[in-house]
Design a protein around this ligand. Structure first.
Ligand code: ADP
Length: 251
C-alpha cells in the first residue's frame, strides 16, 4: 500500500448498507448489511459468486443507486449529501464491455468535459497515458478493439482526475495479453495518482495479484474482509475456504 508510514485516511466507507430491488413484484434483498472501509490509495478486490451483490456495491458508491438502509461515505461525506456531478467526477466507474457512444474516440474522450461545459485541452495526453496512439482519436469508438475500448474508457474516466475508481470486471472480456496490459495500466494509475480502487473481479488470481485488501461477498453479506495475502493464504471463514477451493477445482 502506498500509504505506508502515513496515517490511514478512509476514502470509502459502507455502514450497514442494505439494498432491495423489486423484480416482477418480488422484493430481492440484494445487500444485507454491508459494512467496511477502504483506505485512500489502496486497492480493494471484491470477489464472490455471480449475483451476490458485488456490482450493486459499486453502484452505491457513485449514486447510480441509493441504499435503502445504512450509509455510504466518500471522503467522509455521505453520498446523498454530495452534488451528484461532483461525486461522479471524484468517483469514476468502468465496466466490462467499456460502453462507447456513437462517434469518434475523441468525442467519447471529451464527453465528461463537454458535460461540464468545458473543453479538453490536450486529449493526446490522455491517449498517451493509456497507451493509445493519438491517430485513433478520429476513429469511430465502436470500431476499436476490446482492449483499445477499455483503454479509452479508462482515459475518459481519467479526464476527471478521479480520486476513486470503481472497476467492474474490466478485464474479463479481453484476451489474456490485453487483460494484463489493462491490469498494469490500472496498477500504474494507483501508484502514480494514489487512486483508490474498488475492483470487482471473478478472476481469483487477479484479485490476489492486485489487491491490498479483499472482500468476499456471498448472498449480500460480507463473509470475510482481510489483507489480500492473508485472505488467500489463511482464510479464516469456512465459507471463504469452500469458495476458494471450489473456484480452484473448477479452473
Ligand atoms: P454480482 O455483481 O455479484 O454478480 P449484482 O450486484 O449485479 O451481483 O446483482 C445482485 C442481484 O441483484 C442479482 O440477483 C441481480 O439480478 C439483482 N439486481 C441488480 N441490479 C438490479 C436492478 N437494477 N433491478 C433489479 N434487480 C437487480
Amino acid at each position: 500500500m502506498e500509504n505506508a508510514g502515513n496515517p490511514i485516511i478512509t476514502e470509502v466507507e459502507l455502514k450497514n448498507v442494505h439494498k432491495t430491488f423489486m423484480n416482477h413484484n418480488e422484493a430481492i434483498h440484494v445487500l444485507k448489511g454491508i459494512s467496511g472501509k477502504v483506505p485512500k490509495g489502496s486497492i480493494l478486490t471484491i470477489i464472490g459468486p455471480s449475483g451476490s451483490g458485488k456490482s450493486t456495491i459499486l453502484s452505491l458508491c457513485n449514486l447510480l443507486i441509493t441504499p435503502d438502509e445504512g450509509e455510504v461515505h466518500i471522503q467522509g461525506k455521505e453520498v446523498r449529501k454530495w452534488e451528484v456531478q461532483e461525486l461522479r467526477r471524484q468517483v469514476g466507474i468502468a465496466f466490462q464491455n467499456a460502453p462507447m457512444l456513437t462517434g469518434t474516440a475523441l468525442e467519447n474522450l471529451t464527453l465528461p468535459a463537454r458535460l461540464q461545459g468545458r473543453t479538453l485541452d490536450n486529449p493526446e495526453k490522455y491517449m498517451e497515458y493509456v497507451g493509445l496512439s493519438k491517430d485513433l482519436l478520429t476513429r469511430e469508438a465502436k470500431e476499436l478493439s476490446g482492449g483499445q475500448r477499455q483503454r479509452l474508457s479508462l482515459a475518459r474516466t481519467l479526464v476527471n482526475n478521479p480520486s476513486v475508481l470503481l472497476l467492474d470486471e474490466v478485464t474479463s472480456a479481453l484476451d489474456s495479453i490485453s487483460g494484463h496490459e489493462i491490469e498494469e495500466l490500472i496498477l500504474r494509475l494507483n501508484r502514480e495518482q494514489q487512486t483508490t480502487i474498488l475492483w470487482v473481479t471473478h478472476d481469483l488470481a487477479q484479485a490476489e495479484r492486485v489487491g491490498d485488501q479483499t472482500w468476499l461477498i456471498m448472498d449480500g453479506r460480507l463473509i470475510e474482509a482481510a489483507p489480500t495475502k492473508q485472505f488467500f493464504a489463511e482464510p479464516k471463514e469456512a465459507k471463504t475456504k469452500q469458495f476458494l477451493d471450489m473456484k480452484r477445482e473448477n479452473k
